[in-house]
Design a protein around this ligand. Structure first.
Ligand code: PLP
Length: 416
């Protein structure tokens, strides 16, 4: 039997860490960075790609006829092709550069939703969504008179397909759903969800902010209608992300930013739009950001996204098992498989106090509602502490983190 080289590949953490300049800084020598769900660190190749653009061929795209402008355009469009292949898009025309997941979802809400939704139509989103996949739909509902239906999760943060079956109706136009929850790590079965929704004639938008960085995603195989993700959560720069959509949907959608590159022709009273995907890229785009994101994808491909996924699966299992074994520590989220993020609390201690004490030991975790207030409400907590991992973390960091959590619990115990 031939073994795929990807299958054999293991992640060499030491070699990987050396490629992230932030870890080589003297002040960061002891930093344990466990907040990659918020944003990830950047490898040298991404920083260099951005810097090379500014140093060597800085020019606006799609307009200039001179050498460096042509190079800028070629590199910007090359990044789009790299990203399209990475997510399994049929064509790079389906890959629209936006600022990030939030802007991608808002673009669909306005460009597609305002055009398609009518009063009494229904939009479903789940209880574990990030606010970026809730508020644009609330605003759309207010503008159109459509109704929101909530797909509730259970106490462990799982969504059940039976509940979705009960919610879908002849009026359901859109289902908005996270691939992986940033707050609880829940991994949703997108292909099955899409199948159910499509059988009902319902479009599906998937928030892939926490999946694309960590696992193989094939938007075509999943059958999604819209898919959103952010560059900065996958080793790329901030201010760049992607809206993927099926071509016929992008064709029927209205652009939401008007001016500059999205124009084909302008008359006094009317105008016509450029081809896909530029129809949605009004104004000068984030050229350096797109080129940097292309470099980030090349980095992920070089290490191997399956190898990264396997490595993170090991880390999250180790973290969850060890945290669950600590008396006085409650771990939130589903049993079994989850994305590389774990939310927890120490009984009687505010999550902000946990993260502050961990920071004193050089361990960066996040505390708060993680922009998932509906999920927090269901868990009956105002906030949680959350550790999240990526390819540059290793087992020894997990062990030091759990030890620090245990010591934090003991430190506060005397006041409880
Ligand atoms: N959706 C999820 C699941 C997220 O984790 C985040 C960021 O934390 C977002 C959406 C918003 O991403 P951005 O701030 O990059 O637009």
């Amino acid at each position: 039997m031939q073994i795929n080289s990807e299958e054999k590949k293991a992640v060499d953490i030491r070699e990987i860490r050396e490629r992230f300049p932030i870890f080589a800084q003297r002040e960061n020598r002891d930093l344990i960075y466990l907040d990659s769900a918020a944003t990830t660190q950047k490898p040298d190749s991404v920083i260099k790609a951005v810097s090379r653009y500014y140093r060597e061929y800085n020019a606006n795209t799609h307009r200039g006829t001179y050498r460096i402008a042509e190079k800028a355009t070629v590199e910007y469009e090359r990044a789009r092709k790299t990203i399209a292949r990475f997510i399994g898009a049929v064509s790079e025309r389906q890959v629209v550069f936006v600022r990030g997941t939030t802007e991608a979802i808002n673009t669909v809400a306005v460009g597609w939703g305002d055009r398609v939704l009518k009063a009494d139509d229904e939009i479903i989103f789940s209880e574990l969504e990030h606010h970026s996949n809730i508020v644009p739909w609330q605003m759309l509902a207010q503008r159109t008179g459509a109704r929101i239906r909530l797909w509730e999760m259970d106490k462990e943060g799982r969504l059940h397909l039976d509940a979705l079956r009960n919610l879908l109706s002849t009026r359901t136009r859109l289902l908005a759903i996270a691939h992986v929850s940033n707050a609880l790590g829940t991994v949703n079965p997108i292909a099955e969800i899409v199948q159910l929704a499509h059988d009902n004639g319902t479009r599906v938008l998937v928030d892939g902010a926490q999946s694309v960085p960590h696992q193989q995603v094939d938007v075509t195989a999943l059958g999604v209608d819209f898919f959103a993700f952010s560059g900065h959560k996958m080793l790329g720069p901030t201010g760049i992300g992607v809206l993927y959509a099926r071509e016929e949907l992008l064709d029927e959608m209205n652009p939401v930013q008007f001016g500059g590159d999205m124009i084909e022709s302008v008359q006094v009273l009317t105008s016509t739009w450029n081809d896909l995907p530029w129809k949605f890229e009004g104004g000068t785009p984030n050229i350096a950001g797109a080129i940097g994101l292309g470099a980030a994808v090349e980095f992920l491909q070089e290490i191997g996204i399956d190898a990264i996924h396997r490595h993170e699966t090991g880390l999250i299992r180790r973290a969850v098992e060890q945290l669950q074994a600590l008396p006085g520590v409650r771990v939130f989220g589903p049993p079994g498989d989850r994305g590389p993020a774990v939310s927890f609390e120490i009984t009687g201690i505010h999550p902000h106090d946990i993260s502050t004490l961990l920071d004193q030991r050089g361990i960066a975790i996040r505390s708060g509602h993680h922009c998932a207030q509906l999920a927090m409400k269901k868990l009956e907590v105002p906030a949680t502490a959350r550790a999240s991992f990526y390819l540059y973390n290793d087992e020894s960091e997990i062990d030091r983190f759990v030890k620090a959590v245990s010591e934090t619990r003991d430190y506060f115990a005397k006041w409880l």
